[in-house]
Design a protein around this ligand. Structure first.
Ligand code: AMP
Length: 289
């Protein structure tokens, strides 16, 4: 099985990367929480295109989990993760312990308003503070030329772009397409929580988004009607607990009150059994059938 070095401390990470930079290598960075799948692999592949040295991190960040969320049960598959990263040409893995990232007495947190007040930010208070704090720390530790994020977490990518702009962090942010299973389900580490029965109905989430998109392509422009199309589709199976399903401006994430436009974001979060799943598409997008 192919393998790559695992680095556990910030000091060692800095030393190794300084060497690679001195050798003239461009550094690409793919932050993750592990339990990796082909979607994560696609980020590494994208990073490899223009970066000789691709660093991945695995860190299940306690700060971004709410008290009733799945921090303790979050899946951990380090051996498989290592193999997947090596197969995709990743150069090294940064996998710090919690104590290495948050030394005792660490009290500084990053907070952003606006983009974080809606969608997942509304239903997961404090989540984006945790994400921003850890991502800024990781960007300062790795100092990559480019950091790669997935569009599956559309709001996260937008919030991070905004943070980088607001704080003049010297890094490019790349956002990569959503990687899906053959039946349309967006790949996610949390798909592992699904029973066989739940896994069989999980593609309904993307199907509902496709239904909204089809409505738009047929000429429906009323945002409320489009949202209703999606809600009705999910209600049919009666397995889903919808957290939100919205049509919004893809830059400000403001909900469309009246007219939807091409390129608008349709975002959904819903619970299926123990898993809270999210997905999205852009209206008018050419999506797989
Ligand atoms: P996570 O390990 O879930 O925190 O995800 C790490 C990175 O991988 C984030 O930038 C995610 O948006 C991205 N990612 C997760 N799932 C997918 C997917 N199905 N397709 C593309 N990127 C993904």
């Amino acid at each position: 099985m192919p393998t790559i070095p695992i680095i556990r401390t910030v000091a060692e990470l800095r030393a190794v990367l300084a060497e690679r930079r001195r050798a003239g290598e461009r550094i690409g960075f793919v932050p993750t929480m592990g339990a990796l799948h082909a979607g994560h692999g696609s980020l590494v592949t994208a990073a490899r295109r223009e970066h000789q040295c691709v660093v991945a991190s695995i860190f299940v960040n306690p700060l971004q989990f709410g008290p009733n969320e799945d921090l303790a049960s979050y899946p951990r598959t380090p051996e498989r993760d290592l193999a997947l990263l090596a197969e995709h040409g990743c150069a090294l893995l940064f996998m710090p312990e919690v104590a290495e990232m948050y030394s005792a007495g660490s009290v500084t947190r990053l907070h952003q308003t606006g983009l974080t007040d809606v969608l997942c930010g509304r239903s997961r208070p404090g989540h984006f503070d945790g994400v921003l704090t850890v991502v800024l720390k990781l960007l300062l530790q790795v100092q990559p030329d480019t950091a790669f994020f997935g569009r599956k977490d559309f709001q996260q990518a937008l919030v991070i772009r905004r943070m980088v702009r607001d704080l003049d962090v010297p890094v490019s942010i790349a956002t990569c397409p959503i990687h899906r299973e053959a039946d349309g389900l967006a790949m996610s580490s949390r798909n592992r929580y699904l029973s066989a029965e739940e896994r069989a109905v999980a593609p309904e989430l993307f199907a509902a988004l496709r239904g909204v998109n089809d409505g738009f392509l047929r000429g429906e422009r009323r945002a409320a009607t489009l949202v209703e199309l999606g809600r009705v589709a999910l209600a049919r199976g009666s397995r889903w607990g919808i957290d939100y399903l919205e049509v919004c401006d893809p830059e400000t994430l403001e909900e469309r009150g009246a007219e939807a436009r091409a390129g608008d974001l349709v975002a959904v979060a819903a619970k299926l059994g123990p898993a809270r799943l999210i997905d999205n598409l852009l209206l008018g997008e050419n999506v797989p059938a």
